[in-house]
Write a protein that binds this ligand. Structure first.
Ligand code: TXA
Ligand code: MG
Length: 536
């Protein structure tokens, strides 16, 4: 085997510190407060095989007098020592000690330290990456040729709204590192991935792709054979109709017979976005897509890469969530590969999904709008914009009225049984908390000032934090990945969990969508299965 010559210039990864590598606990000057985030060390080790690592951190607490420069340096030295001890070498620690009004040149989003690394260490910025949990982190890459990635740890969730739509996001550093390693030429690799996905769609194949809600398993919506491939791959019953995804509003015309004023209002407000409208279908839409219904569900995804894929394919794209029927929906490309890797011609890997639960589905085919599935757009928001009550909440419809199969009770199910507890107190809660083989889906309501521990105490089994501060949107983003991790969890003896347990969220806003998925994952009743055999 001939070895490729090492490029003369090194490529680098520039990492934010707080909220990206270690927990963000505010102004830290005491090494005793340093907590590495889960998986950070392994991710950094994987990266340093190919990249030189730098840390770039804004420590405005110094300018504010909350901490001293010495304190910040002490923390960096400690962290550097910890990482070295575990085999990770950070080439340089770049600290901006200034505040917003100081007029310095080094404060992020300035690319000052990236340029510095290019000069001092011969870094080739055009092959480099920036990772961080604040919009200003990926922004430092702008104009330098480097590629920015955003992580949802630390403050990531809180600033999500400020982020440009096209910005790739990841649940945490390990996911970002994996993506970097798989995309050495990120712009070109993404483009190739997208074009391959579009070509597969045109050829009647299956392309899985990221949307803002969950990953979809796409096929040409106007090609019945291609659509049949979706049902085969997922093991999905033919009675369950698919959502058709479009890139532009004009594409709607070809798919529906009429667009009532209420639909226009909703589309004006939420398209592109996590809202699906059900309308009377046109002749062009095959029965295979709509399961023989006279209606069709249509949505325009917010993820720009999803729209570019649809545009490049040149056809509307039918796509259910890219999971085996009845199982947990995917919010990363790795989730898709897990269950449907073999069945997909192409997986367009565009990071994690920002919303995390499926779109809201509203039917506008009758007298009144009907909410068929709770999702990224809340019922309250719909009613406010429409100015009328929205009928039928998924969870409360009697069985015979469940015209949308997504309303079926057992859905989105992990393999390990999920039980819903009233609370974590009381005797039931105590039993769940005390059992090392019960995995916990934890939703807190804690003050930010308490800091972000890596896990809440008082649980004997593994804990997945959906949102420590009790933010339902954050819980939605984390839900499916958390379910999957608990589903795959093994103890030292290789045993699976006996069950997972969750307490429902307050039923408002995004909480309704999360609760809907939790109830469906728990299935009918949600009785604890205390001696469930671990399934293979
Ligand atoms: O966020 C989403 O909607 C994701 C991404 C990939 O876009 N897609 C998704 O698709 O969740 P799927 O197939 O898992 O769910 C589609 C839902 C089901 O509840 C289905 O029954 C309902 O939409 N649906 C589709 N066509 C319908 C129709 N004509 N009438 C009533 N419900 C319909
Ligand atoms: Mg940060």
């Amino acid at each position: 085997m001939t070895q490729k010559a090492e490029p003369a210039q090194k490529a680098a990864v520039f990492l934010d510190r707080d909220g990206t590598i270690m927990e963000d606990r505010g102004f830290v000057d005491d090494p005793g407060e340093v907590r590495l985030l889960p998986g950070a060390v392994e991710a950094l080790k994987a990266l340093q095989g190919r990249y030189v690592l730098f840390v770039v951190t804004n420590q405005s607490g110094i300018a504010r007098g909350a901490i001293t420069r010495e304190g910040a340096d002490r923390v960096n030295r400690f962290l550097d020592g910890e990482l070295q001890r575990r085999g990770v070498d950070i080439r340089e620690w770049y600290v901006c000690p200034h505040g917003p009004g100081d007029g310095c040149r080094c404060r992020k989003p300035s690319s000052f330290f990236l340029e510095e690394a290019a000069r001092e260490f011969g870094v080739d910025l055009s092959r480099s990456f920036v990772v961080g949990d604040h919009p200003h982190d990926p922004e430092t890459a702008d104009g330098t040729g480097a590629f920015g990635l955003y992580v949802l740890t630390g403050h990531g969730q809180r600033h999500l709204e400020e982020l440009p739509e096209g910005q790739l996001v990841f649940h945490a550093l390990p996911g970002a590192a994996e993506w970097i390693l798989g995309h050495p030429e990120p712009q070109r690799d993404l483009e190739e991935n997208l074009q391959a996905g579009a070509a597969a769609l045109r050829a009647g194949g299956l392309t899985a792709f990221a949307t803002e809600t969950v990953y979809g398993l796409g096929a040409d919506a106007l090609n019945p054979e291609a659509v049949e491939g979706i049902f085969r791959a997922k093991g999905r019953p033919h009675a369950d109709p698919l959502i058709v995804h479009i890139a532009r509003r004009e594409q709607l015309k070809g798919l529906v017979r009429e667009v009532p004023p209420a639909a226009e209002v909703l589309m004006d407000r939420w398209w592109p976005g996590p809202l699906t409208v059900v309308l009377p279908k046109s002749e062009a839409v095959p029965e295979a897509v709509t399961a023989g219904h006279p209606t069709v569900a249509v949505r325009m995804p917010a993820h720009p890469l999803a729209r570019r894929l649809i545009e490049a394919a040149g056809v509307p794209v039918a796509a259910p969530s890219a999971n085996i029927f009845g199982r947990t929906s995917p919010t990363t490309a790795a989730h898709v590969a897990d269950q449907l890797g073999q069945a997909c011609d192409v997986i367009v890997d565009a990071g994690a999904c920002r919303v995390g639960v499926e779109s809201t589905v509203v039917s506008l085919t009758g007298e009144v709008p009907v909410l068929l599935r709770e999702g990224g757009v809340t019922r309250e928001e719909l009613e406010e914009v429409l100015g009328v009550p929205v009928a039928g909440s998924a969870g409360r419809l009697p069985e015979e009225e469940r015209i949308s199969p997504g309303l079926m009770e057992s859905h989105y199910a992990p393999q390990v049984p999920l039980v819903l507890a009233g609370d974590w107190e009381g005797s039931e809660g105590a039993e769940l908390r005390g059992d090392p083989q019960t995995g916990i889906l934890y939703f807190g309501g804690e003050e930010e000032s308490q800091g972000e521990e890596s896990r809440p105490g008082d649980f004997a089994g593994p804990v997945e934090v959906l949102s420590r501060r009790g933010d339902a949107r954050e819980a939605a983003v984390n839900l499916y990945a958390a379910l999957r991790r608990l589903d795959g969890w093994r103890d030292a003896g290789g045993r699976r969990l006996r069950r997972m347990a969750a307490v429902l969220l307050p039923e408002t806003g995004a909480g309704a969508a999360v609760n809907d998925r939790l109830r469906k994952a728990a299935g009918r009743g949600g009785e604890p299965v205390l001696d469930a055999d671990p399934r293979p």
